[in-house]
Design a protein around this ligand. Structure first.
Ligand code: AMP
Length: 299
């Protein structure tokens, strides 16, 4: 696959335990706890790439045992979205997790997470209402927050690791975890990119060859906006230029915005805080998201 693979994928030959139910998972976690182990959870929807594996690596640095969940969560997809065609590659995922030495995989069926009669939903306000993803996917973060609350409760890890690739999702999860007093430390992992800058994503597999060749413009546009803002240009004209460059290349942009990196609020005038540039844009039928840091700036 990508050039980073060899560097992060030594062969261990140890197969992770595959756990299908909450009960099996709790029993495995309890056994590890009896041995005094610290436990890290890496939640995923599978179709694993080097970005996911980098989170496993981070988990292994921070804990004695790493459990990776693989669950394509139906409640975070709108009816019009790609739930049915989302790539499901369990055998390949399990082999990749074995090769990096993950200890267990929690791979429940939907009925194990949402049994008949399931009636609860977690709603997060604050960062989730920042007008970014939530404006275009209004029910998405409710589905994410609900399944993540369940995963944090079922696995009850010491730490749970999420990618900065989904920057607003990470903010929503931190908020939910804090507000519900879940005794889990939430950590973010850096975005892993292909050599041409495109952030790795399971959805990149949907891109045609010509779309794939255009897709890195998303990251280049973020970098150009960041550099302009860091050099003192007012954000809005720089962002507008970025939106026009994306449109000229055939993207349909949902948003390209500068936000406060901590709060995700639109940055106030004369504020000197670290910013975050976030973008979502569609290329053909594929919706891509990305984001990068902007050093402390004056607006
Ligand atoms: P997903 O399977 O797409 O739900 O992603 C599972 C986790 O991997 C999430 O916490 C994502 O933010 C993270 N992730 C996805 N892509 C990347 C990437 N390119 N680099 C780092 N983390 C990623």
């Amino acid at each position: 696959m990508s050039h980073t693979l060899a560097a992060i994928e030594p062969t261990t030959g140890r197969k992770p335990a595959v756990l299908r139910s909450a009960g099996e998972t709790r029993a495995q976690i309890a056994a590890w706890r009896r041995g005094g182990d610290r436990i890290a959870l890496v939640p995923t929807m599978g179709a694993l790439h080097d970005g996911h594996l980098s989170l496993v690596r981070l988990a292994q640095e921070k804990a004695d045992r790493t459990i990776v969940s693989i669950f394509v969560n139906p409640t975070q997809f709108a009816p019009s979205e790609d739930f049915e065609k989302y790539p499901r590659t369990f055998e390949a995922d399990a082999a990749r997790l074995a090769s990096v030495g993950a200890d267990a995989i929690f791979a429940p069926q939907a009925a194990a997470i949402y049994p008949e009669g399931f009636s609860t939903a977690v709603t997060v306000k604050g960062p989730a209402t920042a007008g970014l993803e939530d404006r275009f996917r209004p029910d998405h973060f409710g589905g994410v927050a609900t399944v993540v609350a369940k995963l944090h409760n079922i696995v009850a890890p010491d730490i749970a690791i999420y990618g900065e690739k989904d920057f607003q999702q990470l903010a929503v999860i931190r908020q939910m975890n804090r507000d519900l007093d879940l005794p889990v430390e939430v950590l973010g992992g850096a975005t892993i990119r292909a050599g041409d800058g495109l952030a790795l994503s399971s959805r990149n597999a949907y891109l045609s060859e010509s779309e794939r060749s255009i897709a890195p413009l998303l990251y280049r546009t973020l970098c150009a906006c960041r550099d302009a803002i860091a050099n003192g240009e007012a954000p809005e004209p720089a962002l507008e230029r970025g939106r026009q460059a994306l449109a000229a290349a055939g993207f349909k942009t949902d948003y390209l915005e500068l936000r406060d990196a901590q709060t995700l609020a639109a940055p106030a005038l004369a504020d000197r805080r670290e910013g975050r540039l976030l973008v979502a844009a569609r290329l053909g039928a594929t919706r891509l998201i990305d984001n990068i840091a902007v050093p402390a700036f004056r607006n």
